[in-house]
Unconditional design. Sequence first.
Length: 488
Amino acid sequence: MRGLSRIAAGISLLVLVSVLSAGGCSDNKKKPDREEFVNPVVIHSRDGVIDEVFDVIFSEHEVNGRSFVSAAYNGTFVPPVLSVKRGDTIHLRVNNSIDQMTNMHYHGMNISPLSPSDDIFIMITPSSSFDYTVNIPEDHPEGMFYYHPHLYGLTEEQIMGGMSGGLLVEGVLEPFPQLEGIKRQIMYLKDVQIQNGEFPPPGGIDPSAPTNFTVNGQTNPVLRIRPGETQFWTLMNIGADLYYDLELEGHKFYEIERDGNRRSRTVEYEELLLPTSSRAGVLVQGGAPGVYTLRAKKFNTGPQGDNYGGATLLTMIVEGDPVLDPVELPIPEAEFPVVGNLCEMPVQRERDIVFSETADGDTFFINGKEFDPSRVDTVVEIGGLERWRVQNTSGELHVFHIHLTDFQVCEINGVPQPFVGSQDTINIPYEGQDPDFEGPGEAIIVIDFRNPIIEGKAVYHCHIGEHEDNGMMAVFQACLPGTCPPEE
Ligand SMILES: [Cu+2]
């Protein structure tokens, strides 16, 4: 957290009380008619192509009965899911009609970082446009990705204002015939702070401040399921800063997809932690008839970090005729396509990556340096795997994310992790969080740098918007053997 947060923390109780009474804190507002849960609009590719225009405009939105103005794609807080198949092409024109720069990143996608594809060094200046072309390879992982701006210093506020939405590569359920035709529910988990009736001014977001939790822009909508019915939910933490520690009363999450990768087997959770930018594809099966809540629990990111209040995200009503022949859960492991265990494979290189911050929590570093887009911090030779030890010497959690590829988590604070597949985001414990583990918190991951499509420059960073915007980001250059520049 930043110094601002400290000051705000002192008066947070007072603020909380006034916001609660104004109905600002999610589930405390009693409405006579609860809204039904609504999926985001889905735009499907046609003849292998999506051709869309996103106008970035200041527009008025209503969340939890309160209105505010923020920059958004085509004026909506809940932009569409772009749904493609392997081998498709996305043509996306971004028109910048706000008074800030912006750009677009295709989070988690295994695509080219070269312009006009996933080049996050592009800056679209006010009153100008950029035409992105994203070619999705024929062997691209299937699952849920997302798009959001990646403009250094402005990412947090642009995302919180609504600029993030789903990018679906279809096909993740295909190996499982028993899931054919099941209902799919896509849930954008986003929060927005509204201060004195307005979206926070530049630099005004305080991650610890009271906020409005939403699912697809809705506040605690009702979602219905039959007893024994199995639905596929994609829970997407696509907000600016928050962790979501999720609990579905009386029900389990059966995860079969994480971060746009099919798992190697079903992973069962009573409680599912989604750091910023994580997406989980989970099967949920309706239990006994009744009313159950999906809650984000209160969450503390550490002594140097932030406190998020909890909220009810939605209410699940189990009702109607029971399904007579429910899908057997978990899905048997034998039905999952085989995935290689990267943690057991030889690596070409090992590195140490250290996340740190100043004592006042205002400035953030990777390996002692603040982000500089003109510097190359890490040169990676394409063709192999690398084992990275990502350490956190600060007193708050950070979220490691790398562009263009995925990694497998091998160890967290010395504890070997079960093999469940790859992901693009991992929470890094803070120093001292685990009394049994001495020194900085750490995760050991193996990153896949084998795909030549990643040739070019991209970044790895903390995905907490506040930290990323204040220095916690570094550049990597992926090069083909024989073409690599010397490392600085
Ligand atoms: Cu961080």
